[in-house]
Design a protein around this ligand. Structure first.
Ligand code: ZN
Length: 358
């Protein structure tokens, strides 16, 4: 028995444990997990998912919307502040949408608003408690939109220093809230990576290696995405921990297939009533290519727009339930495949659980 077979067998046993019996915050149940997982994920750290209400077991994630927003403020890093909005007003505006999502069968909302764009973990904690949803928040910086949302230290510090900040949030909580991120969210501009965007990617990969957190990387174009894939892979990070956010913005579908074949998650997160047919076609193409197990779907909906009267237009998180799933079923999708797309894949993306070794 060579080392690879032995590791595969051990990993299979350990993943069965992780999926079946571990409870929130539990220590590793099997000593071998620490060793088997060492190359893929830091020992003992991905048995839990940190929601804004505290750690939960991965099997409690249920139906998960991987990319949504409750609040966003596009004013820019220089002026962004919680004093620019009334948290009670945001709570009142957002809660009915979250309750509706819960009623429709949603269990977890992954809130993708990064720091300096209006990330507000305390607000999310209130909304999670009131709605009954699991809500996950993030660490990391958003370099898209020509760096408007980057704080000055993002330009002066090294990738290692930025990663240290993000790891600190995972270890000790965001600010003094005690709320920990469940993933790294970064943003990059389309096209070849700028120097600061490349630094964010590097910092994200370093954070992944220290924490096991997956990376959700905004940057719709294939050019940026493949540079990111090459970069993080070159740093020894397995691509099963990398989510290509807004992949539907890349019109060359062969790139979706190529990224998925390399092991990355391909996220079609712009689902709306208007995009319904396009999204059905995107996921169907991946399914036909045998790559359904690398695909994520979400609305990128919401949110309270800071600076607009009463938060502007809040797009509900509902197309997936009212139109998308019915369309898949009408197209002959078995329940098992729908479940894989909406329940199993998000859980695997968020826990780093893999179906093959790298
Ligand atoms: Zn978004």
């Amino acid at each position: 028995m060579d080392g690879r077979v032995s590791r595969r067998q051990c990993l299979a046993r350990c993943l069965a444990l992780a999926g079946g019996t571990l409870v929130a915050g539990a220590a590793p149940a099997h000593a071998a997990f620490a060793n088997a997982g060492a190359r893929l994920q830091p020992a003992g750290r991905r048995h839990r998912i940190d929601s804004v209400l505290g750690p939960i077991a991965p099997d409690r994630l249920g139906l998960t919307l991987m990319h949504e927003h409750v609040l966003v403020d596009f004013i820019g890093a220089g002026q962004v502040s919680a004093s620019r909005y009334d948290a009670d007003a945001v709570f009142t505006r957002a809660l009915p949408h979250l309750q509706q999502l819960r009623t429709r069968g949603g269990a977890t909302l992954v809130e993708c608003t990064p720091a300096y764009l209006g990330r507000d973990p305390r607000l999310l904690r209130r909304l999670a408690a009131a709605s009954g949803l699991n809500i996950l928040t993030n660490t990391g910086y958003y370099g898209a939109n020509q760096d408007k949302h980057l704080p000055p230290h993002a330009f002066t510090e090294t990738a290692e220093q930025l990663a240290a900040r993000w790891v600190r949030e995972w270890e000790h909580g965001i600010d003094d809230s005690g709320i920990k991120p469940a993933f790294v969210k970064i943003g990059v501009d389309p096209g070849p990576l700028s120097a600061v965007d490349a630094k964010l990617v590097r910092a994200a990969a370093l954070t992944h290696k220290a924490t096991g957190l997956p990376i959700a990387a905004h940057g719709g174009s294939g050019v940026a995405a493949f540079e990111e894939l090459d970069m993080v892979e070159g740093m020894g990070m397995p691509l099963h921990a990398f989510i290509w956010v807004h992949a539907h913005a890349e019109k060359d579908g062969s790139l979706h297939v190529r990224a998925a074949k390399r092991g990355a998650w391909v996220e079609f997160d712009g689902l709306s009533d208007r995009s319904l047919d396009a999204h059905v076609a995107l996921v169907s193409r991946m399914k036909e290519a045998g790559l359904l197990d690398r695909v994520l779907v979400s609305h990128d909906a919401g949110w309270y727009h800071v600076g607009e009267p009463d938060g502007g237009q809040f797009r509900p998180f509902d197309t997936l339930f009212t139109k998308f799933v019915p369309a898949l079923k009408a197209g002959g999708w078995p329940d098992a495949d729908v479940r894989r797309l909406l329940v199993d894949n998000p859980r695997r993306a968020l826990t780093g659980i893999v179906d093959k070794l790298y």
